[in-house]
Ligand binder design. Structure first.
Ligand SMILES: C[S@@+](CC[C@H](N)C(=O)[O-])C[C@H]1O[C@@H](n2cnc3c(N)ncnc32)[C@H](O)[C@@H]1O
Length: 252
């Protein structure tokens, strides 16, 4: 598809489609720096999609990473791409819900969740599960889209066709749920300005979409340009914000 021998494909070749969050691999690299995850840790990626940032985290931090996602199709794709890249010894994937994680209490040294809360109505349920599987004192890195001062959102957006699938809460409410679930907040960065800059050039689409060979439209549909334009408007008009946070499970 890329005119490349499949045995020569690298993680960077897949980046246009497999790191499905605002600012893509640039954000992933920043989050890895922030995480403090080290090679002896086993990390859980909750809502891993097709596993691009799962693989990048493992490759860069040197740790074992397990990814889970609600979508069996995404998990099948994540496994096939991981085999293609020969990373199956350090990264594994399972279909599961963030609300019912199939792991023991205190099983992981760290948790990593990038832009998966937008479709999750029960945010306390998700964060209680995240807290349960994390070792006391362990860190969870969350990079999440939140609501903001104004409503309603312009739809469709990359995560939802309409408001029946989108559950955003403003940053202050998100922080309250995080703390109620059993975490202390160590780092709290509002990344909305960077997100606005990343989308500043997105224009209202006209005519046929001119789509690249590889892109996130493969995951969100051919109306990706309309969705990206609406995301730009939602960011600029304070309807959507972007939060990066590192939280620590209470207890020792
Ligand atoms: C925008 S994608 C982000 C994927 C990945 N974290 C990344 O950054 O490339 C959101 C992902 O969250 C997953 N998701 C949404 N709700 C979920 C839930 N309740 N349990 C597990 N995964 C969920 C979706 O299937 C989707 O793959």
């Amino acid at each position: 598809m890329l005119g490349k021998d499949l045995s020569q494909v690298t993680p960077d070749d897949l980046q246009p489609v497999d790191e499905f969050h605002i600012r893509g691999d640039v954000a992933t690299r920043e989050l890895i720096e922030l995480s403090g995850f080290t090679p002896e840790m086993h990390i859980l990626d909750v809502g891993c999609g097709i596993g691009g940032s799962t693989r990048r985290l493992s490759a860069q931090a040197g740790c074992r990473v397990t990814g889970i996602d609600l979508s069996e199709d995404y998990i099948d794709t994540a496994i096939r791409l991981t085999d293609l890249l020969n990373m199956q010894d350090s990264v594994d994937f399972h279909a599961a819900s963030a609300l019912e994680l199939p792991f023991d209490d205190d099983a992981f040294g760290g948790v990593w969740s990038l832009q998966m809360n937008m479709n999750v109505e029960d945010k306390l349920g998700w964060l209680l599960e995240t807290c349960r599987v994390l070792k006391p004192g362990g860190r969870a890195v969350l990079y999440e889209v939140c609501g903001s001062r104004n409503e309603p959102l312009y739809f469709p957006v990359p995560w939802a066709q309409d408001d029946s699938m989108s559950y955003l809460v403003p940053p202050a409410a998100f922080r309250e749920v995080i703390e109620s679930a059993g975490f202390d907040v160590e780092v709290w960065n509002d990344k909305t300005d960077l997100a606005r800059r990343a989308f500043a050039d997105v224009q209202e689409p006209t005519g046929d979409p001119d789509l690249p060979v590889l892109g996130v439209y493969m995951l969100v549909g051919n109306d990706i340009k309309t969705k990206a334009y609406n995301l730009r408007r939602n960011l600029e008009e304070d309807r959507v914000s972007l939060i990066e946070t590192v939280v620590i499970k209470r207890g020792t």
